[in-house]
Design a protein around this ligand. Sequence first.
Ligand code: B12
Ligand code: SF4
Length: 282
Amino acid sequence: MVRSVLLVGPYSKQGTYTNPPTGLLYLHAMLRANDVPVDWVDENQHDVIDVTQHDIIGIQMMTSNRHRALHIAKAAKDAGKFVVVGGPHPTLMWKQVLENYPYIDLCVIGDGEYPLLDIAQGKQPAFIPGVAWRNGREIAHTTRNLNWSLDALPLPSFDAVDFSRYVGGARVFYSRGCGHGKCIFCSVAAQWGPQRWRSVDNMIQEMQWLKDLGQSGFALYDDCMTCDRDRAAALFQAMIDSDLTGMWWCCTTAPAGQTRTASTRPGPSPIAWTKMPAATGP
Ligand code: B12
Ligand code: SF4
């Protein structure tokens, strides 16, 4: 039996620069494409969270917003719902989460699209890669399948976003993970595994669609955009060729040492500015 899902972005003090929550929109798109009834709310934009209308309440959880996420999870469980959490915190801390918070039924470990679809379609956790749950007194888990075919994912549901509520443009990802992955303070490698890329065509398709939706600015939020210099250059060139040269920016890293190459190409460059971590470890 298919169960309906409410996706929740809990309040997290974000400051004034805000983007639509791409992770939740990827989940939304996957469920929608498979005829699972789904809605999403973003508490950062003052949406009211009504946990009574759906069968499953799926909550995004970072370490920094976990207290708010736990509060919502408890309210959902009190309303008799099946409570799923995903995102960086449960990906890294699923055992601790399930041991301490009985009102959480299941944690998704890593990429959430396929596991959440399986849950909504009623599959038993033991047969779903990348989940942890309580099995009697034990905490059980399955190993995740790294999704290397990011192009196969439906594009995030940007058509379900009221962009006037956000200050920044759409948060777009060319890859998941970081090709450097060695900074001792950083959890990206543990969260995402090795860096996995989308194709240039798939990126351009998404950017073109966003442009059609009235969005000419993109926040390329990859953790290390220039860890693969050739791929980065190919995307920048395709953006120029496709006239997708509105305001955009990306993150990169000093160890890759490649930003200069990417940003000083001859001819018109769409680059606006890049961000680099101040400390990048060994
Ligand atoms: C955009 C971003 C931000 C934005 C928005 C944050 C937000 N609330 O979403 C801003 C700039 C505000 C921000 C701030 C901070 N951030 Co930040 N940020 C990111 C970044 C670069 C991208 C997030 C993203 O969109 N990813 C892409 C999408 C596709 O992935 P996703 O959202 O994680 O969703 C997928 C899965 O996680 C999962 N999933 C997610 N939610 C759910 C829910 C359910 C129900 C299910 C089933 C699955 C699921 O499925 C999704 C699809 O596969 C990540 C790094 C990264 N690459 O993920 C860091 C990251 C999330 N940030 C991090 C940190 C540490 C911070 C700060 C604490 C930094 C600081 N010192 O101030 C602050 C905290 C802000 C706050 N008070 O909450 C850490 C979090 C680590 C952790 N243990 O939680 C990350 C992982 C980076 C890192 N270096 O480790 N951040
Ligand atoms: S380069 Fe960035 S994403 Fe990669 S390991 Fe270092 S801090 Fe993390």
